[in-house]
Design a protein around this ligand. Structure first.
Ligand code: AOF
Ligand code: ZN
Length: 369
């Protein structure tokens, strides 16, 4: 049996549900399992599971536990191939077999070398019908961090930028300039809530004194790790970032040695000090991303400023670009944006355009190497 329109709807729901724990599952992807069975002619979701915060238990075992005996004869919709390995938990593929699931519909294959096709094989060997690659694109979009970490050993990087109608990103010496409205801000905070980390250069920290937390109502706990590129340790102890370092992790990426007073003071204030290599641009970004991957960070949103954005672009380390464009005009004294919709770096393709109030949001993805 091939995938049906109903399968599509269930998988789309499963992918949407997986966003709930995105950014909360460490190096594990946030995966959904929905178990659906017919009650007479009516399909009913009898079990739902999503990879738990911290990464375990996996989605499948939670959905099976919720369904109990109703799992027998059900179809499992999984956003990732069920695992085949004995890791921290037994293989989910075997759990689906034992639960009596008769059909599995999956969105994307798990690139983990311990799984990669073996999960499907366990299911097929047990006589379960398996459909693969349903809505693979949206599922891969949602777990881009996990997939990048598996493919390249580094976090997935999104560059986020807000442009005025005259393609400026702010005004030097004026602190934060509000370019976009509340709708865009809610979307930007949702991006923060679903990312592992948010990164800025120290210039932006000095200029704007941002907190970089998630300010959506009731979602403060979803604030991502904050990272500041600060070669010379210029970030003040009384900045909003350092003052909140005990509550929300703050990593300071620096080329300074640990014996300086500033280094010690920042460390005592709760900052996680990260020793970085230096290259011609400043902090060596490929090595920095390697180290961040080693700390379990698989998605990073770069929020500015122009210099930091340009160095990530120059290093070929931007995978996705999110451009908010507001109606406000900043004028000729404004700081030029390093890119705009008419002048995008090579290799980026426009994937979606959305409108939030007076603002337009465009998202681009990088193709090729
Ligand atoms: C699933 N369902 O919900 C998730 C899976 O360290 P472990 O044992 O938790 O294994 C981590 C791997 O499990 C991870 O690399 C990926 O292959 C898979 N994630 N698999 O069946 C889930 N999150
Ligand atoms: Zn599993």
């Amino acid at each position: 049996m091939v995938a049906t329109e109903f399968d599509n709807r269930m998988m789309a729901a499963a992918i949407r549900y997986s966003y709930r724990n995105l950014g909360q599952t460490g190096t594990n992807p946030s995966v959904t399992t929905l178990l659906v069975r017919n009650d007479g002619d009516v399909p009913v979701i009898v079990g739902r599971g999503i990879t738990a915060i911290g990464g375990r238990p996996h989605a499948e075992t939670q959905a099976i536990a919720e369904a109990g005996k109703l799992a027998v004869g059900s179809t499992a919709y999984v956003t990732l191939e069920p695992c085949a390995h004995h890791g921290s938990t037994p293989p989910c593929a075997e759990a689906l077999v034992a639960a009596g699931v008769t059909r599995v519909v999956s969105a994307t294959t798990d690139p983990d070398a311990r799984v990669s096709g073996r999960g499907y094989q366990i299911l097929r060997d047990a006589g379960i019908a398996v459909e693969t690659d349903l809505l693979a694109g949206p599922a891969q979009y949602a777990m881009a961090g996990y997939l990048m970490q598996r493919a390249a050993g580094r976090p997935h990087v999104t560059l986020k930028m807000a442009l005025s109608s005259d393609n400026k990103i702010g005004r030097a010496g004026s602190g934060q300039v509000f370019i976009t409205g509340p709708g865009s801000s809610a979307i930007a905070h949702t991006q923060r809530a679903t990312s592992d980390a948010i990164l800025i250069g120290v210039g932006t920290a000095l200029e704007d004194n941002p907190s970089l937390n998630c300010r959506l109502p009731g979602m403060a706990a979803r604030s991502p790790t904050r990272i500041v590129l600060d070669s010379h340790l210029r970030l003040p102890l009384d900045s909003a970032l350092v003052r909140s370092a005990h509550e929300i992790p703050l990593i300071i990426a620096t080329t300074q040695l640990p014996d300086s007073d500033t280094y010690k003071r920042l460390s005592l204030a709760g900052c996680v000090m990260m020793a970085c290599e230096e290259d011609a641009q400043g902090i060596a970004l490929p090595e920095l991303l390697d180290d961040l991957a080693g700390r379990g960070i698989s998605t990073v949103v770069v929020e500015g400023g122009a210099r930091t954005a340009s160095s990530f672009l120059k290093a070929g380390l931007v995978d996705r670009i999110g451009l908010f464009e507001g109606q406000a005009e900043i004028g000729p004294q404004g700081l030029d944006a390093p890119l705009n919709p008419h002048n995008m770096p090579k290799g980026f393709k426009l994937m979606s355009t959305r409108v939030f109030g007076d603002d337009t949001y465009r998202e681009y993805q990088r193709f090729g190497a």
